[in-house]
Structure formats: structure tokens, C-alpha cells
Design a protein around this ligand. Structure first.
Ligand SMILES: [Zn+2]
Ligand SMILES: [Zn+2]
Ligand SMILES: [Zn+2]
Length: 297
């Protein structure tokens, strides 16, 4: 939906900002009494003034003073705006909240209230802020499970492993290597995850465009990255990690639907087409490989 920068002043046609009582360009009062003999709509709160626009949420006619701009530039009435004002995403308030709290709050919001969270957020955000969020979600999502997998290697009696090898370097070296590879993995894996996010967002962007959604790469990347807020469930060891892809796919549908104000079908197509095709190709490739291996003597 294109952003509404203002409604044309009835006297000079210069756009005025929702909520203004006077036109900033010509100075005329925007609180205009309706012509007595006409059928023009009047404000639901102030029947003495002409309405300029109906609220896009509740449909009530509103005078210039009662109009407000919604989170996506749509026009809403003051009452609706008060009930559900545009609240910036916690993640966009990193400077005030601190990034840790902003990250945590945003993840919880995305997990528990995806519709409301994406519905109130601005589609605009820097690529850097989206990538930083994706990086943190990968860290949060994989940390505990990876830690436990590596911890198992440390707990397993070294002799069990050594008995199978020939010239083993010793338990100290082995444990050191496990710790080293844990940290290496925890650096490489989030970077890899961020790379995947960028590629997947670019593909989703193309699919959304094909589906007729007014997608931009930065907004799609933002929606994709923020939908990964559900990766916080990865803090629950093992099972959390396997819930993540499905839950985040659902959150991504909600993100695209709210960001672009498109139908659920279009949003689901944009969010799920690429993962489903990738899955099919993966399963198909695996099946073909197995079939080839089985056939060969
Ligand atoms: Zn004017
Ligand atoms: Zn309203
Ligand atoms: Zn009014």
C-alpha cells in the first residue's frame, strides 16, 4: 500500500497532515461546516464538521482533526489510533533498550503475537539491523543444542574412543579439540545462517513479486529475519531446534501478509514456495542418488 502523505486541502489542494486543524499551505481552517443542503459525510465525533476520509479500520467518517496516520500510512480515526497506536518494534529501539533486551522482547513478541507485532511494525529498516537480528537468532537457536552435543563428546570416556584408533594423541588434546571445534562451529554456523537468510529473502522477494505483492528486497529481508525471532525456542534443547523451521515459516507468512497487506494465499505462496521447492528437490535428489546406488552392483 502506498504511503499517504496527506489529504488534499479543499481550498488549495496542497496535502495536509492527518490531525491538522489548519492547512499549512494556505492557512485555511480545515474544520469546514458541511453545506446545509448537501449529503456530504460528516465526522462521527463532530457532526458539525465535514469528513475528509473514513477510518480504514472501523469505517467511521472523520474530520481533519480526528484523522491519524496508521503504521502503514493508512488513515485511521483518532479512536482506533488510540486503541492500537503505531508502536515501533522493540528491535528498532535498540539504542534506548539495549540490544539484548530489544532482541529478547522482539523474539517474544514474534512468538506470541506475530499478527499484532508485524501489523504494527514499519516495513522500513536497515539491512544491517535485519542481518544483526538474524545473526542473534541463529546464535540463540543453535547454541544450547550444539553445546549439549559437544558436551556429550567431553563426557564420553576418552578410552572408548581411543580404543578404536591407533596412535591417539591423548585425552587432553582431544578435549581441547572438542572445545575448539565448538567455538569454531558457533562462529561459522551463525554466519552461514545469515547467508542463507539473505539468499532466501532474495528468492522470496522474487516469488512475492510474481504473486503481485509490492515487495522490496529490504522489507522482505526484514520480514524474513524478524520471523526468525521464534528461533528463541532453540534454547529448549534438541526438540526446540526441530520446531524452529516450521514455526518460523508460519511467522514468515504472517510477516509478509502484514508487511505488504496482501491476502493470506499470496503471503503463504511467497513464504513457502521456495522452501517447499527446495525440500522437493532435496528429497528427489536423495531418492535419485539412492536409486542409483541400489542399482549399481
Ligand atoms: Zn490549503
Ligand atoms: Zn476508526
Ligand atoms: Zn472529528
Amino acid at each position: 500500500m502506498p504511503r499517504v502523505s496527506g489529504i488534499p486541502c479543499p481550498f488549495c489542494q496542497a496535502p495536509f497532515a492527518p490531525g491538522a486543524r489548519r492547512c499549512a499551505a494556505c492557512g485555511a481552517s480545515l474544520l469546514v461546516a458541511p453545506p446545509s443542503d448537501s449529503q456530504v459525510a460528516v465526522c462521527a465525533i463532530h457532526p458539525e464538521w465535514m469528513s475528509f476520509h473514513a477510518c480504514t479500520r472501523c469505517g467511521a467518517f472523520a474530520c481533519s482533526e480526528c484523522l491519524r496516520e496508521g503504521p502503514h500510512g493508512e488513515l485511521v480515526c483518532a479512536r482506533c489510533h488510540e486503541r492500537s497506536p503505531y508502536s515501533p518494534l522493540a528491535w528498532d529501539q535498540r539504542a534506548e533498550l539495549g540490544w539484548a533486551k530489544a532482541f529478547w522482547t522482539t523474539c517474544v513478541d514474534v512468538m506470541l503475537r506475530p499478527g499484532a507485532t508485524f501489523g504494527r511494525m514499519s516495513p522500513e529498516g536497515s539491512v544491517g539491523s535485519s542481518l544483526f537480528f538474524a545473526l542473534l537468532t541463529a546464535l540463540a537457536g543453535y547454541f544450547v543444542t550444539t553445546l549439549l552435543y559437544f558436551a556429550v563428546l567431553l563426557v564420553v570416556p576418552y578410552e572408548n574412543l581411543a580404543s578404536r584408533g591407533l596412535d591417539e594423541p591423548g585425552p587432553g588434546f582431544f578435549r581441547g579439540a572438542v572445545v575448539f571445534f565448538f567455538f569454531l562451529w558457533m562462529v561459522l554456523m551463525p554466519l552461514f545462517s545469515v547467508g542463507i537468510t539473505v539468499v532466501a529473502s532474495a528468492l522470496d522477494h522474487l516469488v512475492l513479486r510474481m504473486a503481485g505483492a509490492p515487495s522490496t528486497f529490504t522489507a522482505t529481508l526484514r520480514g524474513h529475519a524478524l520471523s526468525q525471532g521464534v528461533y528463541l525456542i532453540g534454547l529448549v534443547p534438541f526438540c526446540g531446534m526441530y520446531v524452529m523451521p516450521f514455526w518460523s515459516a508460519g511467522a514468515r507468512v504472517a510477516a509478509y501478509q502484514k508487511l505488504y497487506r496482501v491476502g493470506w494465499g499470496q503471503a503463504a505462496f511467497g513464504a513457502l514456495f521456495v522452501p517447499v521447492v527446495t525440500c522437493c528437490l532435496g528429497v528427489g535428489g536423495y531418492a535419485a542418488m539412492m536409486a542409483t546406488l541400489m542399482r549399481s552392483p
